[in-house]
Design a protein around this ligand. Structure first.
Ligand SMILES: [Fe+2]
Length: 367
């Protein structure tokens, strides 16, 4: 991509194709100190109040800058490299990290070690990259006193509070309002599918683990979705088209949200899975359609619950796991409370936290 000039018009050229850049697009980007706050990079003017008939009186290209006199008397030197970053129109930080599909064969994934100044370190950058590749990451040696999980979450971004509180204690309780608070095994599921929006990332911090059972399980919903698409496109299609109702009820709140079990983004690629078969309700559809839907959901559930996709491991005291709740399913094996305590603390953060932190660390370390 190259910027060219012709008769006071600015063009974007890739050799064969040449397109004029709208003068207003350039006028909005003037960055002299009276137009742009250097620290925040926020405009000091409101472009919606400008005359829309902006044109260029004079333009000149030097090595690194495009210098323009606009017809409203404003003159600006625009950094060509900065403009070029905008031409791709892509998020070049998060979307450039390719997801790595994995199944039960996943081995030797790198664990990270908590240390002083961790949140501002290059290690934190590498951790976030690994998280976006695999959908989860484990950090060892996180302090187990004083609800440190909250400090951890707030050092990346902000805790996403829910009606389970700022954080929740996952241990066997009397009169639980969720099966998570029992010692029963939990089959692979995503959390809070009934919430709008669904919390993006779950943090789970192991405080005590004295039982022989209670292994953590993870399944890559992205791998399963891609495999289903290849193996049975009809199943994939209906699961990514039919919206179902997820509902959660307790004494204080009734939460409800509608979504496909496989949610695709605008370009029809993977966006999110929701799976929690104790609380999903499909609407009343044509009998044939429901026939296909039930077969598809059954197949999806068999895949999620299959040994081929699941990894199992034991979290030790001090281990903290970050799980992408839009991509991975998580669960646990049953445990026996007579053997001792099993105590995890959990909380949620949203993608703006991890994305914002990763962009910041890339800027900081020039990566
Ligand atoms: Fe859960």
């Amino acid at each position: 991509m190259k910027i060219e000039l012709n008769e006071n018009k600015v063009y974007l050229s890739n050799g064969s194709l040449k397109k004029e850049i709208h003068p207003f697009w350039l006028r909005e980007r003037v960055d002299g100190e009276e137009f742009l706050d250097k620290g925040t990079q926020q405009r000091l003017f409101d472009p919606t109040t400008l005359n829309s008939e902006i044109s260029i009186n004079k333009a000149n290209i030097t090595e690194k800058f495009l210098e323009i006199d606009f017809n409203d008397g404003v003159n600006s030197k625009l950094d060509i490299n900065k403009l070029a970053l905008e031409f791709s129109n892509e998020d070049n930080v998060i979307k450039s990290i390719a997801k790595i599909k994995w199944n039960s064969n996943l081995k030797n994934i790198k664990n990270f070690e908590y240390q002083d100044d961790f949140f501002e370190s290059k290690e934190m950058h590498d951790l976030l990259i690994s998280f976006y590749k695999y959908g989860f990451v484990i950090i060892k040696n996180i302090p187990t006193k004083g609800n440190f999980i909250i400090k951890f979450a707030n050092s990346i971004g902000s805790v996403r509070r829910t009606n389970f509180g700022e954080y929740f204690d996952v241990k066997s309780k009397k009169d639980p309002n969720d099966l998570a608070y029992t010692s029963l095994g939990l089959s692979p599921h995503t959390d809070n599918p009934y919430r709008n929006p669904v919390p993006c990332i779950q943090l789970l911090h192991c405080i005590e683990s004295e039982v022989s059972g209670g292994l953590s399980t993870l399944v890559d919903g992205f791998t399963v979705t891609e495999d289903l698409k290849n193996e049975n496109s009809d199943f994939y299609k209906i699961l990514s088209e039919v919206k179902v109702r997820f509902k959660f009820i307790d004494k204080e709140v009734v939460l409800e949200d509608w979504s496909e079990l496989i949610k695709l983004n605008d370009d029809k690629n993977f966006k999110q899975v929701r799976f929690s078969p104790r609380m999903d309700y499909v609407p009343i559809l044509e009998k044939e359609k429901l026939d296909l839907y039930y077969k598809s959901r059954k197949k999806l559930s068999e895949m999620y619950n299959s040994d081929n996709y699941r990894i199992e491991f034991k979290l030790k005291s001090g281990d903290l796991m970050m799980i992408d709740n839009y991509r991975l399913l998580h669960g646990r094996t049953a445990y026996n409370t007579k053997e001792g305590n099993r105590f995890l603390q959990g909380c949620y953060i949203d993608y703006d936290s991890t994305e914002g932190k990763l962009r910041h660390l890339k800027r900081k370390f020039n990566l």
